[in-house]
Design a protein around this ligand. Sequence first.
Ligand code: ATP
Length: 277
Amino acid sequence: VGGGQQRKTERPKPTYMTFEQIGGQDRAKQELTEALDFLIKHEEIKKFGIRPLKGILLTGPPGTGKTLMAKAAAHYTNSVYVAASGSEFVEMYVGVGAGRIRDLFKQARSQAVKEKKENAIIFIDEIDVIGGKREGGQQKEYDQTLNQLLTEMDGIYSNTVPRILIIAATNRKEMLDSALLRPGRFDRHIRVDLPDKKGRLHILNIHAANKPMDEEVNLDKIADQSFGFSGAQLESVMNEAAIYAMREAKGSIEQQHLTSAIDKVMLGEKTDREATS
Ligand code: ATP
């Protein structure tokens, strides 16, 4: 044999997300996986003549895990994942936004071919920016962008591979143009709400998993004290608590660090809101 030592090639850490890594949201996860099964069971879909699922709309407050859901959906269905955010389209010149949408679909298809995958998921966060209700005639650039999105969606057929599914997210569903919500477009809506206590505890546990926690820590109490917090805020609580523990040169995170972190996150949110109001 060659004699040369087999060198281990450095592989990047897996960056995929699974539904197990998302805390709480049991109902949303179930509704989403049921919808995704439509993508997987494409043969049956064809047999029964069911209209293919093209768009899923995730609605709910910021930081509740909508992006995580879209990423987990891609892993669950063995799809490539490409993403864009509505905010990218702000102040784009007429036509540029439409081009970006076209490129997004092109990229999804070519990436699927390259990675030999049958499905592609396109995630569009803050869809309300491009798909907001038309008021007056002043939104020409958004009109073209939205029209391009609708054209791309209308051009999706279930029997061509890669199959494309669009997942969009918004926290302002009532703002969306009705053209987006018609059958064959975003006709399946899943609400991703703020977590209840059980959900908060689950999320806290997920984010505590890679941190040294003191034996006395009672996360159940922290879940009680963080009523109204989103997943993103709970992640911040864990992170801030870790920073407090490190600053105090403690070996692990203690209960007091977590309660201080709750205050800090709550206060931070308040000053953010005051600053914008
Ligand atoms: P936005 O509407 O602001 O885009 P979002 O609903 O898409 O927010 P995410 O981007 O998915 O929220 O979540 C932000 C971060 O908050 C995640 O990276 C994760 O660390 C944490 N997080 C949010 N929800 C959950 C959850 N259910 N379980 C675990 N972590 C969560």
